[in-house]
Design a protein around this ligand. Sequence first.
Ligand SMILES: [Zn+2]
Length: 145
Amino acid sequence: MSQNSDIFEVELVDTYHYRMSYGGQSPFFRGLENGQLIAGKCTACGRVWLPLRPICSHCYAKAEAVVLSNGGELLTSIVLLHVPEHLKHLGSPVASALVRVDGADTCMKVFVVSPDHNFAKGRRLVARFLPKVGTIADFYFTTDV
Ligand SMILES: [Zn+2]
């Protein structure tokens, strides 16, 4: 018998439905809906941040939205033993990876799909977009360029 046997406990399930705002990063998510990668380019130092940041994290000047190509380079990756649910329909191996999109000064941690199971460093990638955008994980890169 536990020492806390006098503590009254019940099991409850709470479900919350709410609308969340992406605030100043909204252009990035609207870009995902339209099949584009939207970055923030600093109006002072010129750094390009992806995903978009409305304010430069380097010099704190205003950044303006710019559309990048959907191409990028694989910097590093680790193949996942379990494919994320929302990518299973692709039927290919998936890695969690760092990718630098062409024109960006930053890299992103994203999912990379490789039908030929080749996640070599330096491999060229192209972004693909899922039909419904809710989170930053609702796009991925593929080696099938
Ligand atoms: Zn700056």
